[in-house]
Design a protein around this ligand. Structure first.
Ligand SMILES: N[C@@H](CCC(=O)N[C@@H](CS)C(=O)NCC(=O)O)C(=O)O
Length: 206
């Protein structure tokens, strides 16, 4: 059975939720914070990041969007079929959320990678929050247009969006400014699969 490596508080929660929704035969190995820098894990994922999915033959797949694409293709009944609109849109949404929105958190999570002095780091963070405000505005508008789920029907984009709406609490941004996102987060926390994934990752609803 493949193993999905996760860590509390991280974006690995999205593929973890996908595993729960699909009831996929995937073991969850939730490492303590810091486990991602240990030699044993670096041998699995030299990038030193989670998530990573290790297959029985030793092959390893990294990148949350790629892992969810594999899960959907292997165990899913909808989404990720490139011939369906939902599948195309799901790939688009996950690329946007992982490569644009998550990346915009860089100065927040690791300011030292962006500037040396404390004041320059603060400036980098402020710029990041400005960028994030624009991203969350766009996400909120898209969700408002589509209703209950980010793409109109439930998809893995909702799982990743849940990660992003949790992280907002660590920033000076206010989820109250994004009412559709706030409602989405509350609905997700009622979901059985989300609750199961949170527990497996040693996390609580926000
Ligand atoms: N592009 C990667 C990003 C993975 C990533 O940044 N993971 C974070 C947790 S959300 C991590 O492991 N950070 C630890 C570190 O950078 O030290 C993906 O989408 O899977």
């Amino acid at each position: 059975m493949p193993t999905l490596y996760t860590m509390p508080g991280t974006c690995a929660l999205a593929p973890n939720i996908a595993v729960a929704w699909l009831d996929a035969p995937v073991e969850i190995e939730n490492m303590e914070y810091g486990g991602h820098k240990k030699d044993e894990y670096l041998a699995i994922n030299p990038k030193g990041k989670v998530p990573a999915l290790k297959f029985d033959d030793g092959d390893v797949l990294t990148e949350a969007a790629a892992i969810m694409a594999w899960l959907g293709a292997e165990f899913g009944t909808q989404g990720y079929g490139r011939d369906t609109r939902l599948g195309r849109k799901e790939a688009e949404a996950l690329s946007y959320m992982t490569s644009e929105v998550h990346s915009a958190y860089g100065p927040h999570f690791a300011a030292a990678n962006f500037a040396t002095s404390e004041s320059a780091q603060e400036e980098a963070k402020e710029k990041a929050y400005e960028t994030l405000r624009n991203h969350y505005r766009r996400l909120d508008d898209n969700l408002k247009e589509n209703g209950e789920f980010y793409l109109g029907e439930r998809s893995f984009a909702d799982a990743y969006l849940y990660v992003l709406t949790r992280w907002i609490e660590q920033t000076p941004l206010d989820i109250g400014d994004y009412p559709a996102l706030k409602d989405h987060r509350a609905r997700m926390q009622q979901d059985e699969g989300v609750q199961k994934a949170l527990k497996r990752q040693d996390m609580e609803p926000v």
